[in-house]
Structure formats: C-alpha cells, structure tokens
Design a protein around this ligand. Structure first.
Ligand SMILES: Nc1nc2c(ncn2[C@@H]2O[C@H](COP(=O)(O)OP(=O)(O)OP(=O)(O)O)[C@@H](O)[C@H]2O)c(=O)[nH]1
Ligand SMILES: [Zn+2]
Length: 415
C-alpha cells in the first residue's frame, strides 16, 4: 500500500472548508456550487450522517449549529482535489459501475493479496464536495481507496449471495476522462480510459476512413490512445489490398490496426493482446460488429454484464450506465493490473467530435505536426493558402492524401 502522501510529488496541501449551517440548507445540486473556487468549497448540507464522515485528518471547529465549520485536508494534484486519508485498513480498487453515491468496486492485487474481491460501496459525501461537479464524484473506471465495513460487512443480497460492503474514502486523480454533455453540464461516463478501440467494418456498412479520422481526433483531444479494429474482413466485398494499405498507414502513425472478423476469428488474438493491461472503451457506428467482436474476444462477458446489472437493479438493456468488464480468456494474464478492462458504455458508442473547434483540428493530426511550423502564414488552415507546408507534404507523399482529405472534410463540416 502506498505511504500517506505528505509534501510528496507536485501536490500541494489545501484546506477545504465546509460551512455547516443548519438553518440554511441548500440543495445538493445547487448551481451556485459550480462558481466556488476549486480549493475552497462551501457546503451547507449537514446532517448526522455527514458528521460520521469526519475522520482523522478532518476536524470540526467553531461553535454551535449556525457556524460550525470543518476543514478537510486535501491535496491538489493535476488540478484535482485528492482527499488526505489515513490509508491504514484501506484497499485500492477500481469502480466497476457507479450510480449516484453508490458503486461496485473490485479490489486490486496488493502484496500478499490477489485482489478481485467485489465490494458494494457507499461514497463519503465529502468526496462529492471535493469534486468539481458533485454528480461526477465517483464514476466507472475510477481508482479508489475503500474501507471495508467490518461490523456488518456482509449482508444478504437479493440473489442470496453474500455481499461485502465498504466505504469509498478517496478517489485518485483521473486521466482519460470520457464525458458527454447533458443539459449543459459535463457528465463523466468513464474515467481512466487508456485507449479507445475504434471499430469499423470492412464492408456492410462500407469503410469510411474519414470516420476513423474523426474518432482519432476525438481520442487525441481526450488524451487517450487509440487502436483500430477493422471488422468483417471475411466479407467478399472486403477489399484486401486496400485494407492492408490502410492498416499500414495507421500503424505508421502509431495507431495499432487489426484486420479482424468476429465470424472467422481473424485478428482476435491481437485485439485481446491490445486490450490486456489497459482500460478501454469501444466505439464505432452501429452495426459494425462491436458486440460480436467483444463476445469472441471474451465469450463470458455477456454473462458477467448480467451479474453487474443485477446488482444495480436494472436490466442490461435499461441501464445507460457504463460498466467495466474484465478480460480473462485467451491465456492473457488476467489478475490485478495485468487484466484488460473494457467499458461497456452505450453513450460513447458513437464517439463523435463533440467540442473540437476547427482551429484545433490540425493539432490532432499527428503527421501534420512537423510541417505546420513551416507554413507561410501562422494561421494557415492548410486549405486555400499558398506557401502551405502541409499541402506540400501531401504532394510529395509525406502526408497521406486519405488523411489530408479527412482533415479537410472535418474542418469544412462535410463529414
Ligand atoms: N460477416 C460478418 N458479419 C458480422 C461480423 N461481426 C458482426 N457481424 C454482423 O453484423 C451485425 C451487427 O453486429 P453487432 O455486433 O450487433 O454490431 P454492433 O457494432 O455491436 O452494433 P450496435 O449494437 O448497433 O452498435 C450482426 O448481424 C452481426 O452478425 C463479422 O466479423 N463478419
Ligand atoms: Zn498550412
């Protein structure tokens, strides 16, 4: 278990104050909360339950109900407030699914412990206050510290199986967050995404490189890696030489590209290997075979989805929540951090360009980067301008015309 951080790393300790005021309760989702500066967040909600949230490093001060204040020690890392907790007795885990302040956590392997235990968790309210937006306090894919509840640690679940209970004490800093906008607010679907697996089909529906490039731009903008799976290569309409050329192009740009078929099993071993050790989301048009491919990669997944959904009380087809699935088959290491995790997230299946402005797009075409500084005009859009180094690179073959066409289609809004 990691030692308690103090003055370590780039993190700076901050005190987060919570004003406790019983006479002036505000709704938890009060919009004004968003206007508060990151480090000092006022929260008026107060009840006995919340007093229980106070642990070692936190204290209550002030007198009387009207002006009780408490201070939570947190550390600012990567712009996120991380709560300082006594890690003794805590376990590190990964959020498999989350709804509000409840989540299902699977523990990670630690010294002398294989991990893989699942706990139903509640989340300390203080974590909601620390989060920039309380509703995203704990999301699928989060790495967390949980404290198992010893007293009534086990209770009977509806299905009869004993369940372990715990409390989420801390959410670790996130990377690779996939979110969508909902009513003008960010709704985080999955956190800690290492890569997006972009699934397209060789035919039926026909392959459109521009669609791949759009999704690559989204991945680049989100700071997550990307892997491309071209499914349905078994179809007679699949143009092999063209597919191989395309795969070579994307591979040369650093995007692993697999020619695959859920029907024949082609490419499945490589996809499995690319998933191992990462937390991935799968994206792609409807009908390209994402589900089919995943079911061949890990035949047991549909079954496990059922179990998780059973816990949330919702059937697979009614929940829009992201759920993490663990890769176990195929001889790939499947314990602890070596396991592959895939988020089943209906909301990101169409991994669209949500909020990429035209002027930003060039930055997400990797191969343009060495050329852009040599354009004659600093605000060159690489379309109609003369002295454009990007267009020159297309002419001399250093940049693929397919990719350049995608770029033009994206910024002209025709794709
Ligand atoms: N020939 C061929 N057909 C495939 C292959 N993979 C999937 N299909 C077929 O393509 C259709 C769509 O497959 P799905 O797995 O449902 O596609 P999906 O991408 O999950 O679709 P959505 O759930 O709508 O997003 C089904 O009829 C599959 O049988 C393949 O490798 N080869
Ligand atoms: Zn240019």
């Amino acid at each position: 278990m990691a030692p308690k951080r103090s003055g370590k790393g780039s993190g700076q300790k901050v005190r987060v104050e919570f004003r406790k005021n019983r006479t002036n309760r505000t709704r938890v989702n009060d919009l004004t909360r968003d206007a508060a500066p990151a480090a000092v967040v006022g929260e008026n909600a107060t009840d006995e339950e919340e007093l229980d949230d106070l642990t070692g490093g936190e204290r209550l001060s002030g007198k009387g109900n009207l002006s009780r204040r408490r201070t939570v020690v947190a550390e600012e890392r990567d712009g996120q407030l991380i709560r300082d907790v006594d890690v003794a007795g805590c376990l590190a885990g990964r959020v498999i699914s989350a709804i509000g302040l409840h989540c299902l956590v699977e523990t990670e392997a630690a010294a002398g412990d294989a991990g893989g235990e699942r706990y139903e968790c509640t989340v300390r309210r203080v974590l909601r206050t620390l989060a920039r937006d309380g509703r995203n306090a704990v999301v699928t894919g989060d790495r967390v510290l949980i404290r198992p509840q010893e007293a009534d640690g086990v209770r009977d679940a509806p299905g009869g199986a004993a369940k372990k209970m715990a409390v989420v004490e801390r959410v670790e800093p996130r990377h690779g967050v996939i979110s969508r906008e909902h009513k003008n607010r960010e709704h985080v679907l999955v956190a800690n995404v290492d890569q997006v697996v972009i699934v397209v089909s060789a035919a039926d529906p026909p392959l459109k490189p521009a669609l791949i490039d759009r999704m690559l731009v989204s991945a680049e903008k989100g700071g997550v890696g990307a892997t491309i799976a071209v499914n349905k290569c078994d179809l007679p309409d699949a143009d092999r030489p063209r597919l191989e050329e395309l795969a070579a192009l994307y591979e040369s740009l650093g995007y692993p590209t697999v020619l695959a078929s859920a029907r024949t099993g082609e490419g499945v071993d490589r996809i499995r290997a690319l998933l191992a050790g990462s937390q991935s989301v799968v994206a792609g048009q409807s009908g390209v075979g994402k589900s089919s491919l995943l079911n061949v990669v890990e035949p047991g997944w549909s079954l496990r989805v059922g179990e998780v959904s059973g816990w949330t009380g919702k059937g697979r087809h009614t929940t829009r929540r992201a759920i993490l699935l663990r890769l176990t088959a195929g001889g790939v290491a499947a314990v602890g951090d070596d396991a592959g995790w895939v988020a089943d997230t209906p909301g990101v299946r169409q991994f669209a360009l949500w909020d990429v402005a035209n002027f930003e797009v060039e930055a997400y075409f990797r191969e343009f980067q060495p050329h852009i500084p040599h354009c004659k005009y600093p605000d060159c859009t690489h379309t109609h301008e003369d002295g454009c180094a990007v267009k020159a690179a297309v002419l001399d073959g250093a940049i693929s015309r397919v990719r350049y066409d995608s770029y033009v289609r994206i910024i002209s809004g025709t794709e």
